[in-house]
Design a protein around this ligand. Structure first.
Ligand code: C6P
Length: 419
């Protein structure tokens, strides 16, 4: 089968005004080192709109209690809001059922759950798991751990210099003994958007389930798990304007039904006796203990905020920012952009001749510009390019071309200091 490269189609959308969005984020009015904050570290974590901050405050002030336990009014209210949040996540991902949404701490915990509960019992010596060279450590190390203990091969789809996956290599790698494909939707380190549809279809033709790491996609692109037909989709709330410590795993119902629980305790059982325990159905089976109730409710507020802004409009706005930053940075002598894939989300990674990425980050910070510098928890990808790390600017709906001008001015200042 020949796979077409998917170029991310951004449908024309109503013009999006980042200035209006900025009003919703109080932290953007902060000054840092005496300068107005320019926040370009959204891939690490996004800032929170009033809608989320106020939802959390309102919940703790008026509705807070533990969930699924009490007959009293507050517990019922909290339970309704928590389960309502699950329905919001379902709608956001267009999953068939809210029972297919498991609340977890984030992407990392979601991938570890799939590795331990789905993959481990199915893997036999001589099998393989396929990942890609673009992965974050969270989508490498959990697989390494299960593969190493079971004598399973970890196969890695390579990337070309532009940061695009080698799809011919992928076709050859997914074989008779492949038990799972795990790949990122958007690379956190260089911004590549992977051609998911074709890759999932190919894996499915060969009977192989697919996990998608959606940590960097959900705040940038519309995600439809039904259309993608992925088996698992993981994301973190804090990267989509929600609280930290909350995220979700979408998993097809039949997989969840077949997976044993990974952590055990309260709320995930039907009956317990000393001789035998009967587990609850999914998703409760995977949510042992008191969950992050406020986190889930705050996440739902964040997703509603994003839905109201419109992901098509956000994607179109960020595409314009990416275009602008790429043009501005390309004009800087001695600057190298890492990742020039045809399909990219709002992330730009770069190095500067004669300068360590940390120095770039420190000088930019002095000017109030927040970026991330380092390996971005993607050390194998850095090794692929023969570098230790990059400076990375990553965008969200509230960023403007003025933010990019401040970034460029900071880089020029760094060049001047290092001359
Ligand atoms: N990337 C970054 O600065 P958690 O920590 O579980 O919320 O997300 C982990 C994770 C998994 N996959 C991808 C593609 C990611 O980008 C991240 C987090 C941050 O790029 C922090 S290292």
């Amino acid at each position: 089968m020949k796979m077409e490269r998917e170029v991310v189609g951004v449908a024309p959308a109503a013009p999006f005004d980042p200035q209006i969005a900025r009003e919703d984020f109080p932290i953007l009015r902060e000054r840092v080192n005496g300068k107005p904050l320019v926040y370009l570290d959204n891939a690490a974590s996004t800032q929170k709109p009033c809608a989320v901050i106020e939802t959390l405050t309102q919940f703790y002030r008026h509705d807070y209690a533990n969930v699924h336990r009490g007959v009293h009014a507050l517990s019922q209210r909290a339970t309704e809001r928590y389960e309502g949040a699950r329905e919001t996540v379902r709608r956001f991902l267009n999953a068939p059922s809210a029972d297919e949404i498991v609340f977890l701490r984030g992407t990392t915990e979601a991938i570890n759950l799939v590795a331990q509960s789905f993959a481990r019992p199915r893997l036999r010596r001589g099998d393989n798991v396929v990942i890609t060279a673009l992965e974050h450590h969270s989508n490498i190390v959990p697989w390494q751990l299960v593969c190493a203990t079971l004598g399973v091969e970890l196969r890695v789809v390579p990337v070309n210099d532009a940061g695009e996956l080698n799809l011919e290599g992928y076709e050859l790698m997914v074989g008779r003994r492949t038990k799972l494909v795990a790949l990122t939707h958007v690379s956190n380190a260089i911004g590549t958007v992977t051609p998911l549809r074709g890759m999932i279809a190919l894996a499915h033709e060969r009977g192989v389930p697919v996990l998608v790491d959606g940590a960097q996609a959900v705040s940038h692109l519309p995600v439809d798990v039904t259309e993608l037909d992925c088996d698992f989709y993981a994301f973190s709330g804090h990267k989509v304007f929600g609280p930290t410590g909350i995220g979700a795993l979408y998993a097809k119902a039949r997989h969840l039904a077949a997976m044993p629980p990974w952590q055990c305790g309260g709320d995930m059982i039907r009956t317990v006796a000393f001789g035998h325990t009967e587990f609850a159905d999914a998703p409760a089976k995977f949510e042992a203990g008191t969950p992050n109730i406020a986190g889930a409710i705050g996440l739902a507020a964040a997703l509603e905020y994003v839905e109201a802004a419109g992901l098509q409009a956000i994607a179109a706005h960020e595409a314009r920012l990416l275009d602008y930053v790429t043009r501005r940075l390309s004009a800087i002598h001695g600057l190298r952009i890492l990742g020039t894939a045809a399909a990219k989300a709002g992330i730009v990674s770069f190095t500067m001749q004669g300068m360590h990425p940390h120095d770039i980050g420190t000088i930019l910070d002095a000017g109030g510009v927040a970026i991330r510098a380092g390996h971005h928890c993607a050390m194998p990808l850095m090794q692929r390019y023969g570098i230790a790390g990059t400076a990375r600017a990553s965008f969200a709906l509230y960023n403007t071309t003025a933010d990019i001008d401040a970034l460029v001015a900071g880089i020029e200042e760094a060049k001047r200091l290092f001359r």
